[in-house]
Design a protein around this ligand. Sequence first.
Ligand SMILES: [Zn+2]
Length: 534
Amino acid sequence: MQIEGRNDHGHAARRLAGALPSGRAKDATARLILDNSLPEGAYTISLLDNRAVEVRGGPFSGVIYGVEELIQRAGADFDLSFLENAPVRGEPGLAYRTFWTWDHSTNWELSQIGQQEIGVFNPFQKPPQGFLADYRRLVDFCSRNRIAAIVIYGFLRDSHGGVEAAQELCRYANERGVRIIPGIAIGAYGGVYWEGNHRYNLATWLKANPQHAAQMERGVGFQIADLAFPLNFPHSDYTVSACPSAPEVIDWMEEAVSWLAETFDIGGINIESGDYGVCGCARCQQRRANDAEAARRADVHGDYWSHTDMAANFPRLYRAAKAKKPDLWIYCEMQWDNLLEPVAAEAQAALPHGAIYQHTANRSYWKRLRTELDPDYVAALPTQPNVLRCQFACQWNGDERTERYAFNARSFADMASRGYELNMQGLTVWGEPSDYFATVELSYLAFARFSWNPRLTWEEFVAQDVAPRLGGPQAAQRFIALAEELDASASLPVERLAAMQKEALSMATSSDAAIARRWLTLTDQIGRRLYMGR
Ligand SMILES: [Zn+2]
């Protein structure tokens, strides 16, 4: 095949060439063109003549997404008949489609020791090269499924390669049209350099500047209403915080953010205020002067953050990052379960237009949002644009099993589709466990498909994406039924589990290795429950 535009679109050209068996489509031509008039990620695939095709793509990821669709539709024979009547176009329904991760519990390369599944103050326990091994696989999945970005808390850590590994990850992801977005907190979560002896590491800086340590209102940590068990936060260098009223702290954060934006070819920064406690020093109390917010921290809501602190300090960091790279996606975390009960509206009205305002919801709060939230209210918010972040369908919600390996596809589909109707412009979900597990893989695919096209129906999704991966429509219905039955109850009769295992195992003998793997992972989930006797 002749590929025009190979130099500017190296990854797309390699994907296209690699998808065709050698010798096939020798007479065909593909022309790859960047078109800045299209939105980021959008594309048009057109037939030029019967053996020539043009893929025109919007900035950063459009040509890559277009080539992925071309590979899918044209098949190994490079049959272009699907383009005969009209060009095929693609454009994201939700502009901001992002996976959220911590480095220590992102497990996409399963052939290595050191996996963890929950926590925010964890050491990294894999071999040092494990960080890149995990995230390269995650980037590949995103690139092929039009997931635009990956937030990474723990982006910079001495024990997994520090600056060099982080730079290499950015290079790898940019080549594939995926934005890498380090997650940071203002005076919390390690500052900009999460762990190591570095000038932008918070514990390192506070040892030299102990007068700026936060005077916490109460103990370090947080608890989650929809999680069945209390979380544990032993004190360490990971748990320190700085006072956000000290000008020296924000000067240092601003300098660190500038360094982050110029040292790494990142695609954005996710900024939060820290969610494990609030400084209660006299200066902070006077500056905040927000009784409603303080009451929420003290009452049943148990908020572990301050919206007023965030509104006061976010704009400086936003401007510092944008000054280095105007194209960055700067997420502003609006924290959990408060969109219907704002307590810092006045302070938030001054937040800069163009940051991405991220509203996080636990499962029970999402049930309220999806019916009580008014789309006109979202459109009229002073903060624009707004996106949702799903804090369930992951390790942070559910009973003792958690929802990390559950079949979460319906939750992601609902949050994308209903969020779109509510004038949300993006969705962020957790993306830590590997797509090796079929329940996880299908959930991620639902996130990818419904956030790209929020008008997709469940039936279309099952027919197009689930059925071919499981052995047909009937098999897809059975898989979903078995997975949802397993998820719905922490205890099932062993007789029922034995019957479920038998049914899943019969499908796992498929001669197609990928289909067999999907049923085997479900069989194993059932088999573990059977062995535990519940
Ligand atoms: Zn303070």
